[in-house]
Design a protein around this ligand. Structure first.
Ligand SMILES: Nc1ncnc2c1ncn2[C@@H]1O[C@H](COP(=O)(O)OP(=O)(O)OP(=O)(O)O)[C@@H](O)[C@H]1O
Ligand SMILES: [Mg+2]
Ligand SMILES: [Zn+2]
Length: 486
C-alpha cells in the first residue's frame, strides 16, 4: 500500500525533527531530568511539527528504555504509539469534537491511572476551536492537574486561546522552517526514494510551502509522481499551473517599464491558459522583494540567492521598485471587491504613473550627460542626480515642471543647469524655482529660426552673456528687474 511521504517521513525521534530547536531542547531536557509540566501549549504555523513532537514526547515519557531524553523506538510502548494503538495516548481533534461532552470525557478519564505507560497523554489538536464551555471544563481540569497526566494543546491560532488557559500551560512557540532546512530534508527523502531531483526544484517547493514542512513533503510527493521519479522545475510549474520564473520576471519588467498594453495582454493570456493569478501575484511579489533586498542591502548574498537578473537591474530606481511592490500588494486587497483579473489589470494601469511621475531616465538610470556620470560617486548622489525634477515635484505648477523636463539640463559641479529659450520661463517662474532650489542656473539660448529683430531685451541678454552660465542674480540684473529674494 502506498504511504504518502508526509506520513512515511514523520520524524520518530527528537533528533529527526527539522528546525524547532528550542522546543525540542526544552522537551528533551524535561524528559531527561523528569521535570515535566502538566500542560503544554504548542503554537505555530500548520505543518511545522506540533503533532509530530507531541507524539515523540508521548513516546519519550512512556518508553521502557529511553536514552538521553529520546524514545528508543523499538520497545512495545514506542511501537504502539507509532502504530496509533497506545491506550494511554488520547488524541482529540477539537476541530471536529468541539462539544463539552468531549471535555467531560477528559475530566472523567483523568481520574483513571495510566494503563500501560507511566503517563496518560491527551493531545488536543486545533485547541483554539474548542467551545467556550469546553474551554471552561478544560480549565477546571488544569486547575487541579491529575497525577501522571499530561495535556498537550496544539494550535495554529495562539491568540484565540483564553489567557486563563495560557497561564496554566508551558508555551512552546513553533516557527516556520527555513527554506534551506526544508531543501535539506527534501534532499534526504529524494535519496531514500531514489528520486532524481534538481536543487532549483527543491527550492521552488520550499518557497511555495512557505515554511511548512508538511506542504513541502506533500508537494515533493506529488511532483515526483507527476514527473515519474523526476523532480524538475518545469514539471512542478506545469502541474501546479504556475508560471515559470522567466515569464514572471518578464512581466515584472513590463510593470517597471509601464508597458501597460503588453502587461494586460500578458495576464489575460495567462488567465486563458489556466494560470493561477493568485500564485502569479505571489511570485511577482517575491521577485520584487528580492530586487528590493538586492538594492537595499550591503551584502544581499547573505539573505538571498543573487542572480544575473538582479545584477542586471542594478540601475532601476528604488522608488520605481517600491511603487511596483506597493501596486502588486494592492491586487490582493482589490480582489476582495472585484474579480482577480480586474484587480490585476487595475494594478497594471497604475504602473502608468511610473512613466508620468518618475522620469524614464531615472528608471533606466541612464544619466544623459557623460560629465554628470563621471562626477557621480555614491549611489545616493547618483539617484538624485539622475532625476533633478524630483526636487520640484509638487512644488511647481505642471506647466513650469514640464518646461524644465523638456529642456536640456546637466549638472555642473554641484549646480543644476537648464538650457532654455528666453520665452520658456518668466522671471516669476525663475524666482520660484530658485526659491525651491538655489543651486540652479539657467542658460538662455538663442532661438534658432528667429527673425532678425529680436525683442530688444533678449538681444541685450544674448550679447551680454552668450551661452555662458547665468546665475540667478546675474540674470536678475541683466533683465533689469528688481533683485529677487533668494
Ligand atoms: N519539523 C519537522 N521536521 C520534519 N518533518 C516535519 C516537521 N514538521 C512537519 N513535518 C512533516 O509534516 C507532517 C505533518 O506534521 P505535523 O502533523 O507535526 O504538523 P502540525 O504542526 O501538527 O500541523 P497542523 O497545525 O496542521 O496540525 C509530518 O508527518 C512530517 O512529515
Ligand atoms: Mg497537528
Ligand atoms: Zn521505547
Amino acid at each position: 500500500m502506498y504511504v504518502p511521504f508526509a506520513r512515511k517521513y514523520r520524524p520518530k525521534t527528537f533528533s529527526e525533527v527539522v528546525g524547532q530547536e528550542v522546543a525540542v531542547r526544552i522537551l528533551r531536557n524535561a524528559v531527561r531530568l523528569e521535570k515535566l509540566s502538566h500542560a503544554y501549549l504548542f503554537a505555530g504555523p500548520r505543518g511545522t511539527g506540533k503533532t509530530t513532537i507531541a507524539r515523540i514526547l508521548t513516546k519519550a515519557i512512556n518508553c521502557i528504555q529511553p536514552r538521553e531524553g529520546e524514545p528508543c523506538g523499538v520497545c512495545e510502548n514506542c511501537l504502539a504509539v507509532d502504530k496509533g494503538s497506545f491506550p494511554d495516548l488520547i488524541e482529540i481533534d477539537a476541530a471536529s469534537n468541539r462539544g463539552i461532552d468531549d471535555i467531560r470525557a477528559i475530566r472523567d478519564a483523568v481520574s483513571y491511572t495510566p494503563i500501560k505507560g507511566k503517563y496518560k497523554v491527551y493531545i488536543l489538536d486545533e485547541a483554539h476551536m474548542l467551545t467556550k464551555e469546553a474551554f471552561n471544563a478544560l480549565l477546571k481540569t488544569l486547575e487541579e492537574p491529575p497525577q501522571k497526566t499530561i495535556f498537550i494543546l496544539c494550535t495554529t491560532e495562539y491568540e484565540k486561546i483564553m489567557p486563563t488557559i495560557l497561564s496554566r500551560c508551558q508555551r512552546l512557540i513553533f516557527s516556520k522552517i527555513e527554506d534551506g532546512l526544508i531543501v535539506e530534508n527534501l534532499k534526504g527523502i529524494c535519496q531514500k526514494e531514489g528520486l532524481e531531483c534538481e536543487e532549483k526544484a527543491l527550492y521552488l517547493i520550499a518557497k511555495l510551502s512557505d515554511g511548512g514542512m508538511r506542504d513541502a513533503v506533500s508537494l515533493l510527493d506529488q511532483a515526483s509522481t507527476y514527473g515519474e521519479g523526476k523532480v524538475r522545475v518545469e514539471l512542478i510549474e506545469e502541474f501546479l499551473g504556475i508560471m515559470s520564473q522567466e515569464r514572471v520576471r518578464e512581466l515584472l519588467l513590463m510593470l517597471l517599464n509601464s508597458e501597460v498594453d503588453r502587461a494586460i495582454e500578458f495576464v489575460r493570456d495567462a488567465t486563458r491558459n489556466g494560470y493561477n493569478l493568485v500564485k502569479l501575484c505571489d511570485l511577482l511579489e517575491e521577485e520584487v522583494r528580492n530586487l528590493l533586498l538586492y538594492r537595499s542591502l550591503k551584502e544581499p548574498e547573505k539573505v538571498m540567492r543573487v542572480e544575473d537578473f538582479h545584477r542586471s537591474l542594478k540601475g532601476v530606481s528604488l522608488n520605481a521598485l517600491l511603487y511596483v511592490e506597493k501596486i502588486i500588494n494592492t491586487i490582493r486587497e482589490d480582489s476582495r471587491s472585484r474579480d482577480y483579473l480586474r484587480a490585476f489589470e487595475l494594478a497594471i494601469i497604475k504602473t502608468q504613473v511610473l512613466k508620468d511621475v518618475l522620469s524614464i531616465r531615472e528608471l533606466l538610470n541612464q544619466i544623459t550627460t557623460p560629465k554628470a556620470q563621471t562626477e557621480v560617486k555614491t549611489q545616493e548622489v547618483k539617484q538624485e542626480k539622475s532625476d533633478p525634477f524630483k526636487i520640484f515635484e509638487g512644488k511647481l505648477d505642471t506647466l513650469t515642471l514640464e518646461t524644465l523636463k523638456r529642456s536640456r539640463w546637466e549638472w555642473v559641479e554641484d549646480r543644476l543647469v537648464f538650457y532654455l529659450k528666453e520665452k520658456d520661463l518668466t522671471q516669476e517662474d525663475i524666482n520660484k524655482i530658485k526659491g525651491i532650489e538655489p543651486r540652479v542656473d539657467f542658460v538662455f539660448e538663442a532661438e534658432e529660426e528667429e527673425p532678425a529683430g529680436l525683442p530688444p531685451f533678449a538681444e541685450k541678454i544674448r550679447d551680454m552673456f552668450g551661452a555662458k552660465v547665468v546665475s540667478h542674480e546675474q540674470r536678475g540684473k541683466g533683465k533689469g528687474s528688481s533683485s529677487p529674494s533668494a
